[in-house]
Design a protein around this ligand. Sequence first.
Ligand code: FAD
Ligand code: NA7
Length: 453
Amino acid sequence: MAARVAVIGAGPCGLGLLRAFSLAQSKGAEIPEIVCFEKQAEWGGLWNYAWRSGTDANGEPLHNSMYRYLWSNGPKECLEFADYTFDEHFGQAIPSFPPREVLADYIKGRAAKSGVEDWVRFETAVRWVAFDAASDSFTVTSEDLKAGTTTTETFDYVVVANGHFSVPFIPEFEGIDSFPGRVMHAHDFRDAREFAGRDIVIVGGSYSAEDIALQSWKYGARSVTISYRSQAMGFDWPEGVREVPLITGIEGSTLRFKNGESVSAEAIVLCTGYRHSFPFLAPELTLRTHNRLYPPGLYKGVVWEACPKLLYLGMQDQFYTFSMFDLQAWYARDVILGRIAVPDAAAMAADSAAWVAREEALADPFQMIDFQADYMRDLQPLVDYPAFDLDLTVEMFKEWEHDKEHSIIGYRDKSFTSPCTGTVAPVHHTPWVEAMDDTMACFLGAAPQRATA
Ligand code: FAD
Ligand code: NA7
């Protein structure tokens, strides 16, 4: 059995792996020594809110991309931990679309229950990982950010769980360097109230563009113009929000678009996605991919085919999140424990190539949901992750897609059914469009008093 395992990152993926090991240990398995390196002072990954932007308290590139008033963009029932349900954590049924703080509490609740805190070295950043074929082991160099000391250690397995929505992709537009207003990437966006009463342009056509546009509208932006590259999102936007094609140039505060229209704006928010970034990995260990459902080179979406003792978690584009991460974590654990044998390089490559080819033929979000669910179905029988109704989550994701088409400002008011417990979520006390307070206390409490005339 492997003697030492390094885990890079204590976000939902890294914590899923720690949970998997702790459960195996509680059932009597002998487990390796685990060292989880986490550069933040607490676990939870992106779900920790940071008011900072740019660099963190230790001068490291800031990891966090989440912002105030972020409410789950999918039904919580589709991400529920099968081994630690929402009912167990909250002791009451809660609505389907919780704000960030509620989901952070849920993630941290399971981690605390797992008793794995001693395995995590907080405020410790991994600086370099190299594989030595002769000794069949890795050297991992890390820095204790508080003490300023650097340590190099040997590990038998390395698990990369550093997330991939932290390092922004920032394109260039002609004239943007002389735009007189604020220009920022979604990674630095913190509070939509900044744009109250202003005209803003959002660039992008995916989740961040959708949510930051709606947030800005909800908190009082005068107008929101969304500029897309390949395809409009096409939702029935509320008055004041509209979509136009890509920016062709910027002169002063005027932005021109491909369809000949122009607007004057006071701010530009680039919701143009993120880079997979592994500055700590030797080149031959580095996954190079854009944000997609099946990054090539990863057998079962987890095992780095070129060096199978290196495992990656959560590198896919995501409909499914926590439950998919858990299936991957359970799989990674069982590879490390020797319960699962990975095949030879040719067999791994053939398996993942088939998935990649299938992914490349997907035509719409409904097919993408089926694809990611099938990927999970591929992992499910290989591990002892508790059973949950995956078919129900597929149905719910598809219903959610239709809900969004029906009402982009109303879809978060719907209720879904737990695939783990069968609990039907209550309707939230306040429609999302009127819910300005995103605290856990407000979400879980009674409806706030409304001012009367
Ligand atoms: P992360 O959460 O990013 O955690 C990675 C961890 O690795 C971090 O704690 C980081 O500090 C650490 N780390 C990084 N580099 C190093 C290093 N060199 N050394 C040590 N530690 C390191 N998902 C949903 O299910 N619902 C949502 O509503 C939702 N909203 C989102 C909104 C935004 C704005 C973003 C960006 C993502 C959202 N997601 C959402 C997806 C989100 O990516 C996942 O839910 C989840 O956080 C991914 O977990 P992870 O562990 O892979 O990565
Ligand atoms: P995504 O989902 O990776 O989307 C990135 C978007 O950025 C996508 O619409 C791209 O357009 C767009 N993009 C990329 N480059 C450009 C350029 N050069 N010009 C214009 N537009 C561009 O990232 P998100 O931040 O939206 O979502 C990431 C996670 O955050 C997600 O899991 C959510 O839960 C929250 P394209 O469509 O490719 O033309």
